[in-house]
Design a protein around this ligand. Sequence first.
Ligand code: ADP
Ligand code: MG
Length: 651
Amino acid sequence: MTILILEWSNPLNKSCAIHFSCVSQLFIFCSVMLHLSQDVEALRGELCRKDEECREQERRLAALEQQVQERTGVIVQLQQQLEEAAQRRQELQLLRDGEETLSRQAALPLQVKYVTKTVEVESAQSKQALIEAQAHNQALQEQLSVQRQLLRELEQQLHESQRSSSQLRQQILVYEGEMERAQGQLEAEMQSLEEEKNRVIEEAFIRAESEMKAVHENLAGVRMNLLTLQPALRTLTCDYNCLKRQVQDFPYMLEKAITEAKQEICQVIGEVSSANQELLRKYKREMNLRKKCHNELVRLKGNIRVLCRVRPVCAGETDAADTKNKVTFDPDDDAVLYLSNKGKLMTFELDKVFPTQATQEEVFQEVQSLVTSCIDGFNVCIFAYGQTGSGKTYTMEGVPEDPGINQRALRLLFSAVSEKKPDWDYKITVSMVEIYNETLRNLLGDNPNEKLDIKMCPDGSGQLYVPGLTEFTVESVEDINKVFDLGHMNRATACTNLNEHSSRSHALLIVTVAGFNSSTGHRTSGKLNLVDLAGSERITKSGAEGSRLREAQCINKSLSALGDVINALRSKHSHVPFRNSRLTYLLQDSLSGDSKTLMMVQVSPLESNVSESVCSLKFAQRVRSVEIGPSSSSRRQAESSSTSSSPTHDA
Ligand code: ADP
Ligand code: MG
């Protein structure tokens, strides 16, 4: 049963609620009546079913009576047969009597003898008669036995008929008993159903009566309420008319409001878009300012910066001679390094010195502003310079659990470019090149033994490019690792001893960062060259021969060329000898112009390496004096003018 409760939010709340309560009572009454009529319907159904059962029992009774009549007919037939059999028996009895008479007569011999005599005397006629009588007797005898047989059969039939009739009688009795029982049951059921029906009707009637009473009461209440509703209805009608008028006016008001809103929106859009334009202009100006500031910062630090990293003494190097502390640091100045050489304490001043305990992260902190400047479109070179075993590869590549500048730089680029989204869209590509014996090898190519050439761009821009150099676009650390693994594999396949080979060749990781700002249409392109140089140790030319001599010559040539190029740039010579080596030629556009260079001079702390450390540090100092401000440059100029522009080991 559902009772509807509605909430009405107008001044006629109360009257409407009353009205609804009457309606709900009417609903209750109707549903009770419905319920009762359903009950009566169910009882009627039950009655019909019982009637049907009664009729079925009557049909069965009629069938049984029919059977009884049929059996009675059979019994009558059997009785007729019985009577016939009795009649035949009587006839037989008569025959038997005749026979007995005959046999008795035959048993009277004397009389017969006498008669025989008489017969003998009289004629053959009597003999004939006797024979005939005997034949007749014989026939009668046979007839008698047949009749006897028949009689026995009839007697048997009679017995069977009697048995079956008694069985039928018994069955009739059983059926009659069943019928009586069924009729009794039926009557009892009908009686109980009748009682049930009466009870239900009575109950329903009582319920309906009480509900009717309640409905009547409610109806009276409703009538009362209806009387109070009338004034409310009047106010409602009044309200309705008022609303109707408002509704009629609504389209006009709406149209007016929409037009006004449209005008306001257009005005706001115009304001917003002009504010946007202003913001965009300011943003561009700020971006340019930031770029300039960053550039200025890098420039103030020096376009060519020289840092020094002293590697720690490794396990297995604890040779007594080597453990003496040859390299010391100034606790108050992180740009100074002391080296004790043949009893003399040499002082070297660089842009920064990393002591042995400096971590990879600390080293990277120092170079990260250079790395990010290539997002702004600057070209950057970071070189690791030093003798074999001084830690160049450790600084550039690092170890898997503590990666070096290469991997950290790429990670930083990823996070920096993702911060600039969605305004800027960047593409980062990497190439890996090895320069061995003045030939370029494509470390990411399908055939790493294929030699590459450096060519001038045909567009007249003066830019260089390497035809056939493989470039991979990288977007994640996984991509970087895949690229590094491929580069290492290709580098290893071309040589028998990778350690030795890598110390005799330069390894370059070239990262290109190309950006596009979709809102301003700006494009940038910067290149980051991360170079693990070949070992700078001097090779006594007299001792080396064959391929070893050629390797030494090539390394000397390229490192000297690097020194010469930096020197020419420093001195602002009109001619910079970039073409003197493949290394400087390849890096030409990343060394000249607005480019930034960082030289990480690696130093070994071992005593046995002191003379090589001196050479490396002298080379570092000369490189560092490039583009130093006028006040301090005179001192460094004087210092550098005493040596050749070539790297130390060539001096
Ligand atoms: P290079 O590349 O100059 O020949 P490596 O980078 O191969 O030298 O370094 C030589 C050894 O010194 C390597 O075993 C390397 O792990 C170790 N090494 C170099 N620098 C450090 C350092 N800062 N901390 C710990 N071990 C270092
Ligand atoms: Mg190395």
